[in-house]
Design a protein around this ligand. Structure first.
Ligand code: AMP
Ligand code: MG
Length: 482
């Protein structure tokens, strides 16, 4: 048994490396308690990897954190300042408006920050109340774990709690809280803040902090800052390639929602697509389609340009340009590789990438035209079944399939099933979890958590969650109001 297993959660050993930074980076804030808190779901798998036991999760001290009532003895409780480009416009003052850093847990695998979201107002709350409503907390809680289940870099969910505290949105709702984790929650926007406020010394402090703690391998090179930025470019390109390969639409790719570590961050009006639609806009508030599914690739580069601008005092133009030029080839190579695996065409993709690419393009335009369910198409294709009862009408793809079968890898099935999920977090499933939760039933949240953590497995008793939505449930409006 590790030491952590035996200690009381109030005295859990937390480190706070962010407090090494000067006061200009954050403000200390006390969380504001919620009424009648109840932990309704916790993530045992993640807890275990952090050295926490079920007893820890059930302890009063753990509930007190989610209740925003009392933090562990050596917690730090701070909100950081950042800014960012929101829908293309620079917003000079953002920051953690409803989340507090509590501290880091150190394990053999490194440091993991714990952030408490929905903890009440901070100096960065602007017009907001510092709270998160139940529906958006459920979506983020499940979204993070669904992404992790798909092996895509992301922040994660440790536990969530409900309360009776009223929260006013379009109607009266109730507040919920979430403990989310990441190696770091630092965003592109943190760098933009110190650049645009001309606090160049602090900008360098931040740069050094991030390189020292999260990119230590860059310290050994001749140009650490330039190499760090190049790595951020590559991680971002790979992240977005994975989103595109799995039909994920983030919905609010503002620079303040982009992680400096290349993690999927800030799950708001996101969606995993049902019917494939290249121009899909998942965010009801995105009236111009700036963050449409097929725009995400360009927006990733746009955001990296914004970051490059903020790093320009410390990295020369030539190196910034060079790094940015690596975005497209990195995206392309990673996307092609993922799609080749999904299709079981890895040999063809390696031997004749041009022909593979054309064949993939043909498929995507056909999926788009026919608005085929994206996830099920690949899952059914993996089974090689294509039976008459399949929800996918494979007869429509006959000419494409004829060429496809000529190039398939040798015995591709197991490999394909291990990359094409049976389950994704469809919007109608989140909605089912939310509807049940509003009636006090968290079994759907917990069932979904279980299948989404291993979405490539069969989970036969929970088959109903693999079904596509009925037409009426296909376009549920999801907005930023969370
Ligand atoms: P988001 O679009 O959710 O990433 O949020 C953008 C900014 O608004 C961030 O600085 C958030 O902390 C802040 N924010 C969003 N909702 C609230 C809220 N209810 N109360 C306080 N701040 C909020
Ligand atoms: Mg955000």
């Amino acid at each position: 048994m590790t030491l952590m297993n035996r200690i009381n959660f109030y005295s859990i050993n937390l480190t706070n490396r962010l407090t090494e930074l000067p006061d200009a980076f954050y403000q200390k804030v006390e969380p504001q308690a919620i009424d009648q808190p109840e932990i309704v779901s916790s993530n045992k798998k993640l807890a275990e990897s952090l050295g926490l036991t079920e007893d820890n999760l059930k302890s009063e001290a753990f509930l007190d954190i989610l209740a925003c009532k009392q933090l562990p003895e050596n917690a730090c409780s701070l909100a950081t300042v950042y800014s960012g480009h929101q829908f293309g416009q620079y917003n000079p003052q953002l920051g953690d408006g409803r989340a507090l850093l509590i501290g880091e847990i150190q394990t053999a695998n490194g440091f993991t920050e714990l952030q408490l979201k929905g903890s009440g107002m901070t100096p960065f709350s602007r017009m907001g109340d510092g709270r998160a409503v139940l529906r958006s907390t459920i979506r983020e809680y499940l979204g993070q774990e669904a992404m992790h289940g798909l092996k895509i870099p992301t922040t994660r969910s440790l536990a969530m709690a409900t309360s009776k505290t009223p929260v006013y949105r379009e109607t009266v709702e109730t507040a919920a809280t979430l403990i989310r984790t990441a190696e770091s929650f630092i965003r592109f926007g943190h760098f933009e803040y110190f650049f645009y406020t001309k606090q160049t010394e602090y900008l360098q402090t931040l740069l050094d902090f991030v390189v020292d703690h999260y990119y230590p391998e860059m310290k050994e090179t001749a140009t650490p800052y330039a190499d760090f930025f190049l790595e951020v470019v590559k991680r971002t390109a790979k992240l977005i390639a994975a989103w595109q390969a799995y039909g994920f639409c983030h919905g609010v790719m503002n620079t303040d929602n982009l992680s400096i570590l290349g993690l999927t961050l800030d799950y708001g009006p996101f969606a995993f697509m049902d019917d494939f639609d290249l121009g899909h806009i998942c965010n009801h508030s995105d009236t111009t389609g700036r963050y449409a599914f097929n725009q995400q690739i360009n927006i990733g580069l746009w955001n990296l340009n914004a970051l490059a601008h903020s790093l320009s005092p410390f990295i020369d133009e030539e190196n910034l340009r060079f790094a940015l030029q690596q975005y497209e080839p990195t995206f392309h190579a990673h996307y092609q590789a993922l799609m080749a695996q999904k299709l079981g065409l890895t040999d063809w993709a390696t031997s004749d990438s041009k022909a593979f690419s054309q064949h993939l393009g043909l498929l995507l335009s056909q999926l788009n035209q026919q608005k085929t369910d994206y996830t099920l198409f690949f899952r059914e294709l993996s089974k090689g079944a294509m039976d008459k009862n399949s929800v996918i009408d494979f007869t429509q793809f006959k000419p494409w399939l004829e060429v496809y079968h000529q190039h398939q890898d040798d015995k591709p099935m197991d490999a394909m099933l291990s990359v094409n999920p049976k389950f994704i977090l469809r919007n109608h499933l989140s909605q089912q979890a939310i509807d049940a939760a509003k009636l006090g039933d968290f079994s759907v949240v917990n069932d979904l958590l279980k299948i989404l953590q291993s979405p490539f497995d069969e989970h036969n008793t929970l088959d109903r969650f693999a079904e596509p939505p009925e037409d009426k449930d296909k376009h549920l409006p999801i907005s930023c109001s969370s």
